[in-house]
Design a protein around this ligand. Structure first.
Ligand SMILES: [Zn+2]
Length: 198
């Protein structure tokens, strides 16, 4: 095997291992997760998102933030996070809601982790992939046009640094409440067709 073909094989493996429209990206990280991907940017984003959760008194923010960071360091441990939130005994917190909060925090953190990872690898473009499941927190109570616009974004390219302009704002797969979209990195060596005949 030549150096070039080894390189191509490595990239193909990378793609297969890291990009799958059917699975949320945290599955990927659960296989072999590097805790250092939970950078200061990721933590700052988690802190911001904890503050955006509705109907949770501010005195719980620090503990939810700590639990969310730990869950991400553990590779996106949704069960641990929802259990930790439930055990805070916040007024009105149900098991179902704790799960939703955990899912939202994890999904948004994963969006930042993915973006930073793509940028570290020099990947500048990615393709938006709609998961097939509705992009709403509760599909019975749709959040405006979000699901339709995310479905329409499926297969479209976007710049990793900027995201895609949807519903009046720049965003990334997994970044909005209830969004289940993921992305596939565009790897020029594979996507321009130059190795199609190998
Ligand atoms: Zn979505």
């Amino acid at each position: 095997m030549t150096m070039v073909s080894k390189f191509i094989e490595a990239i193909k493996c990378f793609r297969q291992n890291t990009i799958s429209p059917a699975k949320p990206t945290y599955d990927v990280f659960a296989v072999k997760f590097d805790p250092s991907v939970v950078t200061e940017t990721v933590k700052a984003d988690i802190r911001k998102n904890v503050g955006l959760i509705e109907c949770i008194p501010p005195e719980y923010f620090d503990r939810i933030y700590d639990a969310a960071v730990q869950a991400e360091i553990a590779g996106g441990d949704l069960h641990a996070l929802s259990t930790a939130i439930l055990h805070l005994n916040i007024d009105g917190m149900t098991k179902k809601r704790a799960k939703r909060v955990a899912l939202t925090l994890n999904s948004k953190a994963t969006a930042v982790i993915t973006r930073e990872r793509q940028q570290r690898l020099g990947i500048t473009e990615a393709i938006w992939l709609y998961s097939g499941a509705p992009c709403d927190i509760d599909p019975k109570k749709p959040q405006g046009n979000q699901d339709a616009s995310h479905k329409a974004a499926n297969g479209k390219r976007f710049r990793v640094a900027e995201g895609m302009f949807l519903d009046g704002k720049w965003t990334w797969p997994g970044n909005e409440d209830g969004c289940r979209c993921v992305s596939r990195s565009v790897i020029p060596a594979l996507d321009d067709g130059r190795y199609n005949k190998l």
